[in-house]
Design a protein around this ligand. Structure first.
Ligand code: GLP
Length: 251
């Protein structure tokens, strides 16, 4: 694993944007995997700015997202389709028909999940999967559980995740209780994983994920089974991990 430590959120976002940019420059037809949540927003801003400057070209790329809420249509401002369009796809020259999310509106979620997994295979797999991490260690929406889910699947969101997502919704009852997410196996099959983390409130979960046991009770710990993980964080988020594992320092 490689660690890039930015001094603050802006620095971390630029470092992450550098890695996505490098991927796209070296392989213009990359299949990029993106995440939602607040952590990657600064990185998306950077990518948009670089594309406007002519330094980045998304015209050959495809993009998948890690997850989508069940039951939120694309025009709902809290859906991840809306999020991806608003923060990235509407502002860069990616072909919209080459951007994909699990179909949260499908009546048959199991079939939608199988279709999504098949789509990723048809695209040739994900070259670079960007991820954030939840406070309980979830990646995508893979919640803590008895085993690591392999493929894209429907999940019941953990109570703590519903509570964390509450801030984005007007009323408690509007917060979705289910989502479709790529599996931990799907993530591990990506050729490179870029995990982004920011803020002191993530310091403990990051330390446990990378310096504690590998366990499905902490899904992010599975990333240690991947041979090309890049962890990009700010000092606040990485402080505890770097203190626990001094060998990582200077990365
Ligand atoms: C959300 C999303 C994830 C995201 C994570 C962290 O629930 N499903 O894709 O990475 O939780 O979110 P944030 O970056 O806002 O802390």
């Amino acid at each position: 694993m490689r660690i890039f430590c930015g001094k603050d959120y802006a620095d971390m976002s630029r470092k992450a944007a550098n890695l996505v940019s490098a991927q796209l420059l070296l392989k213009p037809d990359s299949v990029l995997g993106f995440a939602s949540g607040s952590t990657p927003l600064g990185m998306y801003e950077e990518l948009v700015a670089r594309c406007r400057l002519g330094d980045l070209d998304f015209s050959g790329a495809s993009a998948i997202s890690a997850d989508e809420y069940r039951g939120l249509p694309p025009e709902n401002r809290q859906s991840y389709r809306y999020y991806m369009n608003a923060h990235l796809y509407d502002h860069v020259n990616i072909r919209k028909e080459r951007t994909f999310l699990p179909d949260g509106m499908a009546e048959d979620s199991a079939a939608a999940c199988a279709d999504y997994e098949a789509l990723i295979r048809r695209l040739g797999g994900v070259d670079l999967q960007v991820l954030g991490v939840g406070h309980n260690g979830h990646i995508g929406f893979n919640e803590p559980g008895p085993s690591f889910p392999d493929e894209t699947h429907l999940v019941n969101l953990a109570a703590s995740t519903v509570a964390a997502n509450r801030r984005f919704f007007g009323r408690e009852e509007d917060v979705p209780r289910q989502a479709l997410t790529i599996g931990v196996g799907t993530i591990l099959r990506a050729r490179r994983v870029l995990l982004m983390v920011s803020g002191s409130e993530k310091a403990d979960v990051i330390k446990r994920a990378f310096a504690g046991p590998i366990t499905p009770e902490l899904p992010a710990s599975a990333l240690r089974l991947h041979r090309d993980v890049v962890l990009v964080g700010d000092e606040a988020a990485l402080s505890e991990l770097l203190a626990a594992t001094p060998a990582h320092k200077g990365g």
